[in-house]
Ligand binder design. Structure first.
Ligand code: CMC
Length: 433
């Protein structure tokens, strides 16, 4: 991928009496970008943008978000259409390859992923090294990183075939690793993947089956799980994806890069928010306590978890699908009258009409309803971020591949505004006052 942004005029900047023209590039959609690559070389000045609020760190053809309109497109396709009409593995193919597969291509891709679902047998011993009460995200960071030690034949990033195999391995093995992380914490035997089952079905079985009896996966719940995976598959240059790109820019192998992404996702401001959102709903407990809780948010004692987004200043389009999926799952599992759902719906209604939230354009994000849904599917809160990591792996690996395959790719190396001490002489310890 070479720079495809088309020239769209120039911006001019005057620094220290020197005028400099900076090209403006136009993408297919979204804001134009000012190309500042020559700025430092020609003016000895950096730009300053902590948190990347105004900075496009790369060019990408995978995902587009219009945060003001609440639009999310993967390779041009709206997330709502994909969630309703596609399957997670088809979305994986789309993200990796740029186009929807033909029927033959999809069958072949599904088969390829299925053939990689097992783990190297020695991998299982890794789990024994963790405490039983370890957070499953800690287990995921460790075991995904450890894949680098088991699959040497797919760590040469200069080899297209090895890159492709590592992508397939990661997508295929994440459910097996995630299910093992869960089984380990509850002290149950690991359940091996079954190749005749679909991706989500297989994952639910590996999580909830026990060797002592047969287990039938509920198709409604498998469909809901698949939809949840689609909703989390990619989200352009979010913190964990940028972490994967930065780690990968040094030439690190893909398993190590995805482990770095998992570590970043873990934080409560990112993937950890679904767990926090559920904890918040539990803490509120009943509808009558909502006003008091909302007042605490306004007094800045805490944030409303599952609300707000750096990019969406409108309803997160994933949250709409998630809300509907939440109702479907609760109805199917007989939790339709879950008091937490009542709290969530009332809280949403109040927040959407309260000037504090309206003025700040704070809307529910994907995590607001995902916690209740995942809980009804049978997962404990500690597993929520693990499920996010499982689904986001395809986005991470597609973005990593795109970066490696971009001939203009360079190691990521941000600069800084240094505000520490200027140069000074070392003083021996007996001379320090
Ligand atoms: N509750 C209350 N106030 C909030 C919230 C919130 N959840 N989010 C932002 N604000 C306020 C914030 O206090 C600030 O107000 P003011 O201008 O008066 O100081 C204003 O809105 C802008 O906030 P910000 O921190 O500058 O916004 P940001 O773009 O840096 O933060 C965010 C984005 C997602 C970190 C933040 O909205 C947040 O902490 N949300 C809760 C955590 C959450 O749900 N995260 C999941 C994001 S979606 C899944 C994912 O991508 O991982």
């Amino acid at each position: 991928m070479e720079n495809k942004g088309t020239p769209n005029g120039a911006a001019s900047i005057s620094i220290g009496g020197k005028d400099l023209g900076l090209p403006i590039l136009k993408g297919t959609l979204g804001p134009d970008v000012v190309d500042i690559r020559k700025l430092y070389g020609e003016t000895d000045v950096f730009t300053y943008d902590p948190g990347f609020t105004s900075t496009a760190a790369c060019e990408s053809q995978i995902t587009f978000i219009d945060g003001d309109k609440g639009v999310l497109l993967h390779r041009g396709y709206p997330i709502g259409q994909l969630a309703e009409q596609s399957s997670f593995l088809e979305v994986c193919y789309l993200l990796l390859n740029g186009e929807l597969p033909t029927a033959d291509e999809l069958t072949k891709f599904e088969r390829t992923i299925t053939l990689h679902t097992m783990l190297h047998d020695q991998m299982d011993r890794f789990f024994q090294g963790f405490r039983r009460d370890a957070h499953p995200m800690a287990v995921m960071v460790g075991t995904v990183g450890a894949l680098s030690a088991f699959y040497h034949d797919s760590t040469d990033i200069t080899d297209l075939q090895q890159r492709t195999i590592s992508a397939h391995r990661l997508i295929a093995k994440m459910p097996t690793l995630a299910a093992r992380a869960y089984k380990y914490t509850i002290g149950q035997p690991f359940i091996y993947p079954r190749n005749e089952l679909g991706y989500a079905e297989n994952f639910l079985r590996m999580c909830f089956a026990v060797p002592a009896e047969d287990y039938q996966v509920n198709p409604v719940l498998a469909k809901a799980m698949d939809k949840i995976f689609i909703l989390h598959a990619d989200h352009e240059q979010n913190a964990s994806t940028s972490t994967v790109r930065l780690a990968g820019s040094s030439g690190a192998n893909p398993f190590a890069c995805i482990a770095a992404g998992i570590a970043c996702l873990w934080g409560p401001a990112h993937g950890g928010a679904n767990e926090e959102a559920l904890n918040m709903l539990k803490e509120i407990g009943t509808v009558d306590r909502i006003p008091e809780y909302v007042q605490g948010v306004k007094d800045r004692k805490y944030r409303l978890m599952g609300f707000g987004h750096r990019v969406y200043k409108n309803y997160d389009p994933r949250a709409k699908v998630m809300q509907q999926t939440c109702h479907e799952v609760l109805a199917e599992t007989g939790h339709g009258d879950d008091p937490l759902l009542k709290v969530a719906m009332e809280l949403e209604k109040i927040a959407l009409n309260d000037p504090y939230f309206v003025e700040r354009k704070l809307y529910p994000n994907v995590d607001f309803y995902s916690g209740i849904t995942l809980r009804a599917l049978g997962f404990p809160a500690e597993m929520f971020t693990v499920l996010f990591a499982l689904a986001r792996t395809v986005g991470w690996i597609a973005q990593w591949k795109e970066m490696i395959e971009d001939p203009s790719q360079k190691i990521g190396r941000p600069r800084q505004l240094y505000t520490g001490p200027a140069m000074r002489d070392y003083t021996p310890v007996d001379k320090r006052g």
